[in-house]
Design a binder for this molecule. Sequence first.
Ligand SMILES: Nc1ncnc2c1ncn2[C@@H]1O[C@H](COP(=O)(O)OP(=O)(O)OP(=O)(O)O)[C@@H](O)[C@H]1O
Ligand SMILES: [Mg+2]
Length: 205
Amino acid sequence: MIPKFVSLEGGEGSGKSTQVKILSNFLASNGYSVLRTREPGGSSGAEAVRTLLLSRSWDPLAEMALHFAARREHWSRSIRPSLEAGSWVVCDRFFDSTLAYQVGGQGAPREVWDQLRAALLGKVAPDLTLLLDVPVEVGLARATARGDTNRYETLGSEFHRRVRQTFLDQAKAEPGRFAVIDATQPLAKVSADIRDTCRARLGLP
Ligand SMILES: Nc1ncnc2c1ncn2[C@@H]1O[C@H](COP(=O)(O)OP(=O)(O)OP(=O)(O)O)[C@@H](O)[C@H]1O
Ligand SMILES: [Mg+2]
């Protein structure tokens, strides 16, 4: 079976990191080789950019360019070689997060996202993007309960509402790539929906 590239997207506290782990373990327990990775980061250069990104606030366009620079590194040095070597790739956030946060949330121009994507990644895209959708208040409450507030978590609920809406609009625009998962459900039901979606869309047994 040709290995697949799966990204998980969603706002703060939607359960991405939890489900990335569960899906990777499920694939591995079925005998697939799996790279579990995350953005920003996922390769040594991209992790260095992550540290820069998280260290201060940035002009939205500069921030978008840094994300795409890191993503190019991550793709070319980690994701692509893994797929070529026969591994599945399960990635915690990919380019849809840049659209949702920098364009939807911070108001950077959409054309710049399109241009950076085309210039740095060409036609590269995940085979499947699982959008874990939760109301903003639910996600922020989970993230706060978890105890590590990041820079975005302090930005206010209007920002996060725009992020959520941008993800949902993008899912509607690309129904062939996206699946929207109701992430307000109990954790085990979210995992089951994710597995069912992977079976239906990617031909997993
Ligand atoms: N379906 C669920 N129901 C209730 N709690 C959940 C569910 N999924 C995850 N959680 C809990 O919510 C918190 C946030 O989950 P997680 O860290 O996976 O989210 P995330 O999307 O990766 O967040 P961030 O965007 O901040 O990285 C964790 O404490 C996790 O255990
Ligand atoms: Mg996370």
